[in-house]
Design a protein around this ligand. Structure first.
Ligand SMILES: [Zn+2]
Length: 145
């Protein structure tokens, strides 16, 4: 699956999603294009972000990266996973044992994609731009060394 191709970018996506949930209670992104050089995530939202908010999101994500939290997997029976998480974005072939990816105690999310072992491997997270149209907030980002 192309959307999961880069472990650093994809792990950054998890942290960005949790940061968005905590700041805006907007839910995780419903669509993402994750590529090695540049990525974008789309959220259901009701307005554009202010410059200040963009800065706060960026520094929030970088705080988690710099804390060097372990990124680990655990497996839950589907029923148990369903009770705790949204499984909408998981493909059917995820099976009956659902893989949950945890980022320290910051985030937990069902996922089949590849991840870094600890957050510092991700490097510096930078938001390139964001835009808002028809109830969709798009955030474009890249990673520095
Ligand atoms: Zn993942």
């Amino acid at each position: 699956m192309k959307e999961y191709s880069d472990p650093r970018m994809h792990s950054a996506e998890h942290i960005l999603n949790q940061t968005m949930v905590r700041m805006f209670d907007c839910g995780r992104c419903f669509r993402a294009h994750i590529e090695k050089k540049k990525s974008k995530c789309d959220y259901h939202f009701d307005r554009p972000l202010t410059d200040r908010e963009i800065e706060d999101i960026q520094s929030g994500v970088n705080r988690v990266i710099e804390a060097d939290l372990p990124v680990q997997e655990k497996f839950l029976p589907r029923e148990e996973a369903q009770a705790q998480y949204t499984l909408d974005r998981l493909p059917e072939e995820a099976g009956d044992r659902i893989r949950i990816i945890t980022v320290g105690d910051y985030d937990a999310c069902p996922c089949i994609g590849p991840h870094v072992k600890s957050t510092r491997e991700i490097g510096t997270f930078r938001i390139l731009s964001s835009s808002f149209e028809d109830g969709v907030l798009r955030i474009r980002f890249k990673l520095g060394g």
